[in-house]
Design a binder for this molecule. Structure first.
Ligand code: AMP
Ligand code: ZN
Length: 470
């Protein structure tokens, strides 16, 4: 089995992923909070997680992956202060929290589809597994890791041996992050304790509440990921994913409560893609232009150009989004599609791919991209294939293979993805190049006229002939 390495936040270095069970990867992804559309920053994280999952499959691993949908109880700031995001969404749109959740869950998966992000095998909404949360909280109370105070159930972080295992922070570091406008919850024994179950909170109007042994209420935010992961992926999780903002407090609290419940190490590898920021320094869902997939489409971009933009840089580097850099990615994407279309058109009928060459490039792709998910080097390898002295049928087979991970629809005709089908015109460009090589100027001119009739001009550029809409 081929080795794949990633940067592991827990060990603070790049490590080869050695799964708990050989050949089988369990992977958990923190899902979206469905109170609004996902912005393209959120989607960068899901794109990189998608590539990681597909790369493991590509390398021959069996992958089991689960993701939650946060449709209750996500608070806008640390642990149990701030505003409730779902309530915020419901108020903003004059709908119920469940209507909001349903609408934005659909919108999220529709964006994912446009970006070729595959849906994880298991997707579970928080509100559908309240009984599992209650069971887990009962275990934490029984084992002495949780306490009741002021009507709520809290996790006692002082009972955990190494609460900061993920971040290497100390309690003192944390204090610098505490905002002055946040009022201290006096029910807590320790500053870092967090709510497992609310029956009283400042969100008196919380619509979604359930019966529990501690009264009518609702779960805290962190419990859902531990409960869903333990239930669907077992007590030994290989990889846990989420954006870098999830490291503290969310993942720190997930580790504390999961390991308290099971009594041993829970997850070995923590994968945290860095953020996508706009020029102002932060993606926002409320201020300025709200960067969504639909907005990109409205402006005429193919969502897959955005996927390519993400693949061009390393997931551990912050990425700044500008329309100028998206324009560059879009033009690179168009060129790439054009080159692959021309390649496809040049495959002679009956020509078979060379299996040994496909296998060789398959292994090279894993070696390159499997080294800390170096997607940009994976793209370089793709361009190398296009340039290589290999027959067109084999090249197409290699590209189709790479595209199971890159998911850029490289071999799909443009007409198939809703855009204009230019493959016929591109074939004409190839024929024209051939005619010019043969000094058959009349044939070349005739092709130019045919292309013109179809509404396109031919531009001769150093990279070859290109189509330009008239
Ligand atoms: P949320 O819907 O707020 O729970 O976020 C969904 C996912 O997006 C989480 O994994 C976050 O860590 C991640 N995320 C939030 N903001 C950004 C950003 N600007 N860039 C990349 N990922 C982000
Ligand atoms: Zn989570």
């Amino acid at each position: 089995m081929n080795e794949i390495s990633i940067y592991n936040t827990a060990s603070r270095r790049v490590e080869t992923v050695v799964p708990h069970e050989a050949g089988k990867i369990t992977m958990y992804t923190c899902g979206p909070t469905v109170y609004h559309f996902a912005h393209i920053g959120n989607l960068r994280t899901y794109i990189m997680e998608d590539v990681l999952e597909k790369l493991f499959r590509f390398a021959g691993y069996e992958v089991h992956r689960a993701m939650n949908i946060t449709d209750v109880g996500h608070l806008t700031s640390d642990a149990d202060t701030g505003a409730d995001k779902m309530l915020e969404g419901a108020r903003r749109e004059g709908k119920t929290a469940m209507q909001i959740a349903e609408f934005y869950t659909k919108a999220f998966f529709s964006d994912c589809e446009k970006l070729n992000i595959a849906k994880p095998e298991t997707v579970i909404s928080a509100t559908s597994c309240i009984a599992d949360f209650i069971k887990l909280i009962e275990i934490l109370l029984e084992k002495g890791y949780a306490y009741l105070s002021g009507g709520n159930v809290y996790f006692d972080t002082s009972k955990v041996k190494d609460y900061y295992v993920l971040t290497g922070h100390s309690a003192d570091d944390l204090l610098t992050g505490v905002r002055e406008d946040v009022t201290e919850d006096t029910n807590k024994r320790n500053k870092t304790d967090f709510v497992l179950w609310f029956t009283t909170s400042k969100f008196g109007e919380q619509e979604l509440r359930w019966d529990s042994p501690w009264g009518f209420g609702y779960p805290g935010w962190h419990i859902e990921c531990s409960a869903i992961s333990l239930k669907h992926l077992g007590e030994y999780l290989d990889i846990h994913c989420g954006g870098v903002d999830n490291i503290f407090p969310h993942h720190t609290n997930e580790i504390a409560q999961s390991e308290a419940a099971i009594g041993h190490e829970w997850c070995r590898y923590w994968f945290h893609p860095r953020h996508l920021n706009d020029a102002s320094g932060k993606m926002s869902k409320s201020k300025g232009e709200f960067l969504t997939v639909s907005l990109l489409e409205k402006k005429g971009y193919n969502p897959l150009a955005y996927r390519l933009f993400c693949l061009q840089s390393h997931y551990m580097k912050q990425l700044v989004f500008t329309f100028e850099s998206l324009d560059n990615a879009a033009s690179a994407y168009d060129k790439l599609k054009g080159r692959v279309a021309a390649l496809k058109a040049s495959v002679k009928g009956g020509e078979a791919a060379d299996g040994a060459a496909v296998k060789e490039y398959h292994d090279r792709f894993i070696a390159v991209v499997g080294n800390d998910l170096n997607t940009s080097l994976g793209l370089t390898l793709l361009y190398d294939v296009l340039k290589a002295d290999i027959d067109p049928a084999t090249k197409c087979a290699i590209i189709a293979d790479f595209d199971t991970v890159l998911s850029l629809d490289l071999l799909k005709d443009r007409g198939e993805d809703g855009g204009e089908d230019l493959s016929e015109l591109e074939e004409l460009l190839i024929k024209r190049a051939e005619a010019k090589r043969n000094r058959d100027w009349a044939a070349a001119d005739a092709i130019r006229d045919r292309v013109k009739e179809a509404g396109y001009a031919i531009l001769d550029t150093p990279e070859g002939a290109k189509l330009k809409k008239l």
